[in-house]
Write a protein that binds this ligand. Structure first.
Ligand code: SF4
Length: 172
């Protein structure tokens, strides 16, 4: 297979560790076209196809990512920075153990105070970012360490009405 000089120069822009593979791929495509000379147009066409393929794969990978948000008690947040929730998420423990490495925490916010006045609007906002699941932090559910949230059932209903999956708990 013959390569025109400008085509070869263009090929040199391909990172070295994948260059021979790219060369082989282009030559195979050229052979299929019944040609035996590689032009710069052929190289550019292959580069375009490669970028389109990579873009598609990236989009598919992004689509598979689980997007998670956590709602926490506004009162408790005055004394808790949320470290235990993040530790559990980062290590995929307790109520986060079902998620893979690609899961992302896209929101972490307080309810806004009783009776959860901020939740309705913030869940709407999260839905625009394709949130998959909302965790209710353990501080909203525990009965010993903190007073259990008296509005928890209304809050759960509000989120469920929007069709977003709920998981009860974070690190406990
Ligand atoms: S609504 Fe529940 S979670 Fe929110 S501040 Fe009141 S007790 Fe805490």
């Amino acid at each position: 297979m013959e390569w025109k000089p400008d085509a070869l120069k263009e090929l040199e822009k391909v990172p070295e560790h994948v260059r021979s593979m790219a060369k082989m791929g282009i030559e195979t495509a050229i052979e299929k076209k019944g040609k035996n000379i590689v032009s710069i147009e052929d190289v550019n066409e292959a580069a375009l196809q490669f970028r389109a393929l990579m873009g598609k794969e990236e989009k598919e990978a992004e689509a598979k990512t689980t997007k998670i948000a956590v709602i926490r008690c506004d009162i408790v947040s005055e004394t808790c920075p949320g470290v235990a929730c993040f530790k559990a998420f980062n290590k995929r423990k307790v109520h986060f153990e079902q998620y893979g490495k690609d899961a992302e925490m896209i929101g972490f916010f307080t309810c806004g105070g009783c009776p959860g006045r901020r939740i309705f609007r913030l869940v709407d906002s999260l839905m625009k970012h394709d949130v998959d699941v909302i965790h209710l932090s353990s501080c909203m559910l525990l009965e010993k360490s903190y007073a259990k949230c008296p509005h928890i059932e209304e809050i759960k209903q509000m989120i469920a009405n929007k069709g977003v999956k709920i998981v009860e708990g974070t690190h406990h």
